[in-house]
Design a protein around this ligand. Sequence first.
Ligand code: SF4
Length: 224
Amino acid sequence: MERLADRSPELTQVLQVFDADWYAQNTEPLVFSERESKDSLAEKGRAMLQLYVESTNGTKPVAVEQPVRARPGRSRDRRSPRRAAARIIDLVEEGETLVDLKTAGRTLESGGLERHLQLSTYALAFFLLHGSIPKLRLDMLLKTAKPRLERHPTTRSLEDLGWTARLIREVALAIQTEHFFPNPSWRCTECEYFAHCQQWRGTWPSEQLIAIGDGEGVGEIAGA
Ligand code: SF4
């Protein structure tokens, strides 16, 4: 937002904000891995920020955080969710390119750029807004021993966007019909649905689990 307003902060200002945030995060006891410490991570964070600030080199984005409202599916499709999905594109538009910035411990796996669902969703939103498929770029700020910034340009085809739209529609339908599938990850520790999610676990009596082991179909069990 600051860069958009032509107020690109100096590196010293950025590091001051980081230092204050890092201090605040550490007022509660944090658990570090054996190879990391409060000081080593602070040093890594500062190095990564320095790299990022220097790489942006004062460039001004065209837009950031664009709100998008889109109906996932054809409007006459009776199975389409009635309420349009609202979403914020939290990435930066540089010229004709949508850029998403991620921090990561390692570089992309093979095919990871083509499968990157967030980029596909952004491309779909852009297409719905402007009627054209944007160029895309995934910037990865890597937390390697010596931090580095990788830039991966890519794009999507119309077919890719159709696939993404259908996926979004099916997920929205699943949510509307209260189908819930936990997807445990590191995010669970901060998830506001954690308590509900924990209750979902183990709702099948043990005899039903044993029945699965005996080869009965899931459909039979679900209908039991
Ligand atoms: S706790 Fe939250 S993030 Fe984790 S699986 Fe459940 S809903 Fe998903």
